[in-house]
Design a protein around this ligand. Structure first.
Ligand code: SAM
Length: 239
């Protein structure tokens, strides 16, 4: 197949694996190989990924605390006709990760932006969770402060679709405790370590999952899904 060359002056958002390196797409590899520069959330981490695929390209860092300055630099490069690939530590750039700012700036400047899709924890978790996928609401990370978290969760009570949250392993027990308070009857799914060796889906009421978390330390990365207001509650027991 004759593959089209990358377009000059284009920002490519390249999804990278969320655990399993086999999830790197062929197009993602080619984009990283053929771009002029890779803008990475963590150059050391993405450097390892590039090395794994035998790719050597110049890299610049692009992360939360230098997004404004680096966005300017990336825009200048695009205007000069460079092909810039943006990657984050894992998954799809712009989803609870840096990217949104430079995309908005590039679009506002009339520059070309293309998605090179691939792994995304929210889609992987939602589609395998057994919860309704027709309508869902991506919440991402809740704020850290207890009052703000509680208010945000309370505000989601009337939402009809499946709720999808990201949570760090250090706060998973705290989140389950909050879900017991706000959504005691809803079906909750913990999607843990997706695409990795210990991938696991735990499904039940928040209270039941909290009991599990007390008995065995739940480690790794989590997507937490909560059945929407329209969803029937689960039967008894963790599945
Ligand atoms: N941009 C990424 C994406 O496309 O999914 C998300 C980046 S965000 C900083 C990291 C969060 O995504 C983790 O705290 C966890 O909630 C979720 N996550 C990432 N990889 C995961 C995995 N392998 N299994 C479960 N959750 C994962």
């Amino acid at each position: 197949m004759d593959l089209p060359a990358l377009m000059p002056g284009t920002l490519y958002l390249v999804a990278t694996p969320i655990g399993n390196l086999e999830d790197m797409t062929l197009r993602g590899v080619r984009t990283l190989r053929e771009c002029d520069v890779v803008a990475a959330e963590d150059t050391r981490r993405s450097g390892q990924l590039l090395k794994h695929f035998g790719i050597a390209r110049p890299m610049i860092s692009y992360f939360q605390f230098n997004e404004a300055r680096r966005s300017e630099e990336i825009l200048e490069r695009l205007k000069r006709g460079e092909k810039v690939a943006l990657v984050t530590d894992a998954g799809t750039p712009g989803i609870s990760d840096p990217g949104e700012r430079v995309v908005r700036a590039a679009r506002a400047a009339g520059l070309r932006v293309e998605s090179v899709p691939g792994a995304c924890a929210l889609v992987a978790a939602l589609t395998a969770s057994g919860l309704p996928t027709e309508e869902f609401h991506f919440i991402g990370f809740l704020p850290h402060k207890s009052g703000q978290r509680r208010r945000q969760l309370e505000g989601l009570k009337g939402v009809g679709g499946t709720l999808v949250l990201y949570e760090s392993p250090y706060r998973i027990v705290k989140l389950l405790g909050e879900l017991v308070e706000v959504f005691p009857e809803r079906r909750v799914v913990l999607a843990r370590e997706l695409t990795k060796k210990f991938e696991e889906y735990l499904s039940g009421r928040a209270g039941e999952l909290l009991e599990v978390a007390k008995k065995r330390q739940l480690k790794g990365e989590f997507v937490v899904l909560v059945g929407g207001a329209a969803e029937a509650g689960p039967g008894e027991g963790v599945v």
